[in-house]
Design a protein around this ligand. Sequence first.
Ligand code: ATP
Ligand code: MG
Length: 221
Amino acid sequence: MIKCEDLHKVYPIGKGSGYQALRGVNLHIRAGEFTAITGPSGCGKSTLLNIIGFLDNPSSGKYYFGERDVTAFDDGKRSGLRLRGIGFVFQSFNLLPRFSALDNVKLPMLYAGMDKEPAGKLAAELLARVGLAGKESNSPVKLSGGERQRVGLARALANRPRLLLADEPTGNLDSGSGAGIMDLLLELNKEGLTIVMVTHDQGLAKRVSRVIRMKDGLVEN
Ligand SMILES: Nc1ncnc2c1ncn2[C@@H]1O[C@H](COP(=O)(O)OP(=O)(O)OP(=O)(O)O)[C@@H](O)[C@H]1O
Ligand SMILES: [Mg+2]
């Protein structure tokens, strides 16, 4: 499903110089896998995940999503793929506080062109799926951290993605809420969803089918 070949990422840091966040990453992830990416702070985990999720571009190298070489895709094509093909769960939830839980989940469906009514129905189903039936009209401000991340997960599933990316999804949660999110992710993976999760939590990493370690901008083999 994902193939990265010799990916480099250089962040510009002032005139003529740059920081090498990725230094030649090779990675192959098959459909159906649940992969955890671990490694010390600053080693490039989020950089890699953002490139896989089309939130950022590599400086060089090749990226294949499905069978397609997406390295040269323009912004329009990339955001289309991101909207319909990929769900993203963030450590800090990234929910809109002025919108209800339901509307937060609905939004990506509306962007994808779905009508309001079916989008609302599907959003309610997704919220029930993550254990939030009855909290549809709550603002994220009136939800606990664990509940916020459940909304984040429901939103990530909105357009039925083939791939779920999660960057330390339990990083801001107590261990109980974190375990609940992890249980949901494992369930989704059992149903066939491909998941790539960055985590510092060795306990969580132990529960997935494959662990990838990164160090200094490279994937260790
Ligand atoms: N926009 C940016 N401009 C310059 N340097 C950056 C930028 N984003 C990240 N970096 C640097 O690139 C390196 C990799 O960052 P990245 O966020 O990928 O690390 P990480 O492995 O996710 O770390 P953490 O576990 O702390 O989240 C770090 O040294 C970071 O300081
Ligand atoms: Mg990070």
